[in-house]
Design a binder for this molecule. Structure first.
Ligand code: 7TS
Length: 489
């Protein structure tokens, strides 16, 4: 197995020259890049100095005592003691009082709250070692570079990537998907080719493919969903067998229904047809153990702000061989090896895809967020949310006039509960809940095709995370009952 030693991998920015041929042979037979590698000069020595370590920073932020990737990932995913009241103390915002009531934040599918550790690390960065990365030879730039690259390594450990070089910092899930559509898509998708999606995708996993399909003369094929919010497997099989499918892209967990899709099985089937798969993991990586090597996905996208991290930072994971064969997405500083008047050559991944000054503070903050969720344990987080979801289904299911969308069995879904009550508009419902200090989302949740499938224009959505309690679900239930009385349901 070609897993690298983390210490070596995480602190190195040195790069080897890419062999486009090697990269191409490692990709799937039907998905080979047609334009592998733009000019990569031979015998180029890296111009970037490997960063010096920043012992204080690294010692605080690494999972100590685990030499190998597998052990580190197992530590992050394992079950540990979990005390929700202690967790709540870590989130300063939960002390807020809204309309005379304690804030019950039930909108974590939109964005999660931030623990003090993350907020403090952002402040510490700006107060103590703010500098641009990969270019300064002075102390604080080296500290910033070390923290930035350590964050990359932490993310690789979190999802069990083969190497930190498979982790690209982007603005969020949306940018990650656009990067794949524009770079990989324009290289590999042509006239008459197909892309498989599902009817439960977020707009950010639909619109980039529409743009690509329009430009390339390709077509989109949708896997339908059943009335209780599961994918229609037969649709997938038929689309896949229809030929000329170049990519499958699907959400791991629906941001509206909470459905957990069996992406591992879909990936196996797609690979049998030589077709790579992108997983939109915006609603899964923050909530459950996700192992990219086990899934064997080709691309995986997620956002830092949905897992206790800052906004404006997210991750695209892709297999090394695929990244090596992809052309850059953005051009500019830091992604190049050499620039001449009429041609340039770029660095190896991940730097090839990180043009310009990136969101350094965001990446470092996300590294802290990974420490935080790792400390809680992804298995614990999943179990806590599972218990709350079962409790919520039980309590909300008894509210008069309510209709909950998606899987009926709460054990087959994540902590997202979308509902409507009678013909009350979701925005009216959310406004009433706000009067009781309860924050929920209302609207189409950036999933209008799914709304059409459900035959509604909007839903009210409660979504839970590490800091939510049964008491908050009770408050939601009581508030809905009050709404029922007001609207005479
Ligand atoms: N994919 C899924 C499944 C999502 O839930 C979201 C955001 C995105 C992609 C886009 O992520 P971004 O960080 O790039 O914006 N979902 C939501 C939501 O459900 N409410 O607000 C944002």
């Amino acid at each position: 197995m070609s897993r690298q030693r983390w210490a070596a991998a995480s602190n190195s920015t040195s790069q080897k020259a890419t062999s486009p041929a090697a990269a191409a042979t490692a990709s799937y037979p039907k998905a080979r890049n047609k334009l592998p590698g733009l000019a990569v000069p031979k015998n180029t020595t890296p111009t970037t100095k490997p960063p010096l370590t920043f012992p204080g920073q690294l010692a605080q932020s690494t999972v100590r005592g685990y030499a190998t990737q597998k052990q580190a990932t197992a530590y992050i995913h394992e079950k540990k003691p979990f005390d929700v009241e202690r967790v709540r103390h870590d989130f300063p915002i939960l002390k807020r009082v809204i309309n005379g009531k304690p804030l019950a934040y039930l909108d974590s599918a939109a964005t999660t709250q931030k623990p003090r550790d993350v907020i403090d690390e952002l402040t510490r960065f700006y107060n103590e070692y703010n500098a641009n990365v990969h270019r300064g030879v002075y102390k604080i730039s080296e500290e910033a570079t070390a923290a930035y690259e350590e964050a990359r390594a932490k993310i690789a450990r979190l999802i069990n990537a083969n190497s930190p070089n498979e982790i690209i910092f982007v603005r969020g899930t949306t940018e990650a998907i656009n990067l794949v559509a524009q770079s990989w898509g324009r290289t590999n998708v042509g006239l008459g080719d197909g892309i498989i999606l599902t009817e439960m995708e977020h707009h950010s996993n639909i619109v980039p493919w529409q743009l690509l399909a329009k430009e390339r003369g390709a077509h989109l094929k949708y896997v339908g969903i059943t009335d209780d919010g599961h994918l229609v497997h037969e649709d997938f099989r038929q689309h896949l067998e229809s030929g000329s499918i170049k990519l499958v892209t699907m959400t791991h967990v629906s941001n509206v229904l909470g459905t957990i899709n069996p992406v591992r099985e879909y990936i196996r089937e797609a690979h049998k047809q030589g077709c790579p798969v992108l997983v939109d993991a915006a609603q899964s990586v923050p909530h459950m153990p996700v192992d990219v090597q086990d899934l064997d996905c080709d691309f995986l996208a997620f956002s830092g702000h949905k897992m206790c991290g800052p906004t404006g930072i997210g991750i695209l994971y892709a297999k090394k061989s695929i990244l090596q064969a992809m052309p850059p997405y953005h051009g500019g500083g830091e992604m190049i090896r050499e620039v001449h008047l009429y041609e340039s050559a770029w660095k190896d991944p991940p730097y090839k895809f990180e043009a310009g000054t990136t969101n350094i503070a965001g990446a470092i903050g996300l590294g802290k967020a990974v420490d935080y969720v790792s400390g809680l344990g992804l298995r614990n987080i999943q179990e806590h949310e599972q218990e709350l979801t079962e409790y919520a289904h039980d309590r909300l299911g008894k509210v008069k006039g309510i209709r909950i969308y998606g899987p009926e069995n709460p054990r087959t879904k994540s902590g997202v509960i979308s509902f409507n009550m009678g013909d009350v508009h979701a925005h009216d419902m959310a406004t009433l809940l706000d009067e009781d200090g309860i924050a929920v989302r209302s609207g189409h949740h950036c999933a209008q095709p799914l709304m059409e499938r459900l035959g509604v224009s909007s839903t009210t959505r409660a979504s839970v995370y590490v800091y939510n309690t049964e008491d908050e679900i009770d408050r939601l239930t009581q508030s809905l009952e009050r709404a029922g009385r007001i609207f005479k349901l």
